[in-house]
Design a protein around this ligand. Structure first.
Ligand SMILES: Nc1ncnc2c1ncn2[C@@H]1O[C@H](COP(=O)(O)OP(=O)(O)O)[C@@H](O)[C@H]1O
Ligand SMILES: [Mg+2]
Length: 236
């Protein structure tokens, strides 16, 4: 089954409804290692719902999800997965946590990481902040940063367990156009240089067409998939 090689995420005939209202029906898709997949569709199409199903935050009515070739109910290596949820708008300016506290949070709650030495934890935090270009903001209060900077911090938080597969839900909501471009370049770099597989929800992917290798389009509850061939370094 050459076709199934390197598939890190697979959905098979997923159906899901909220209180009897069907949102997804018979949705099948797959994402391969090192893909940059865009999940697209209009507002309310079911993009966030699909991500939550892939993360085991919601259970489908029917169908199956595989993560790294394991059925999701048998999958345990959650440190391989990073998740940046849809942006918390209007994060309180006084939110009493510093950048390093937010980024290092998973180190205190993830089984595999919580026994690391204090020094290792500091090193991992520094490395994650460096990956998003925010190493000089460690002591700053997160609420005082710009929207784009906050998003970088949430990505650093998702990167701290060195995930192989990173889910991002509309990461550029509320970010101005110029910062948006830097931001996409950052994600692209994580994909190309670090080899992290990306699954990113966006309602419009015209800006990133040249970066994505796969498009998962949801409309009327159904999925259509298309594969793009991107040349290395093909960045606008
Ligand atoms: N917790 C919920 N309870 C009931 N309906 C919901 C809930 N979350 C989302 N929905 C509905 O499900 C549909 C899909 O939502 P969502 O997955 O958030 O769409 P998208 O992310 O594509 O904008 C929408 O009609 C939305 O109103
Ligand atoms: Mg959404």
């Amino acid at each position: 089954m050459k076709d199934m090689e390197n598939v890190v995420l697979r959905g098979e005939k997923i159906s899901f409804s909220y209180d009897g209202v069907k949102v997804l029906k018979d949705c099948s898709f797959s994402v391969r290692s090192k893909d940059f997949a865009a999940v697209v569709g209009s507002n309310g199409a079911g993009k966030s719902t699909l991500l939550k199903i892939c993360l085991d935050l919601l259970k489908p009515d029917e169908g199956n999800i595989w993560l790294f070739e394991k059925p999701i109910d048998k999958f345990q290596e959650w440190d391989k997965i990073g998740y940046v949820p849809q942006r918390i708008l209007n994060l309180n300016l006084g939110f009493p946590a510093t950048v390093e506290e937010v980024v290092s949070l998973p180190l205190h709650i993830t089984n595999k990481l919580k026994n690391l030495s204090k020094k290792d934890k500091i090193n991992l935090t520094d490395k994650a902040l460096k990956a998003v270009g925010m190493e000089n903001y460690k002591k700053r209060l997160i609420g005082r940063l710009s929207a784009g900077q906050q998003q970088r911090i949430f990505i650093a938080k998702a990167l701290i367990s060195s995930p192989k597969l990173l889910f991002l839900d509309e990461p550029t909501t509320g970010i101005d156009n110029e910062t948006e471009e830097d931001f996409y370049n950052l994600i692209y770099k994580l994909n190309k240089e670090e080899g992290i597989t990306i699954v990113m929800v966006t309602h419009d992917y015209t800006d990133i067409k040249s970066m994505v290798s796969r498009v998962i389009q949801i409309s009327d509850g159904s999925i259509s998939e298309s594969i793009h061939n991107v040349e290395d370094g093909d960045i606008r």
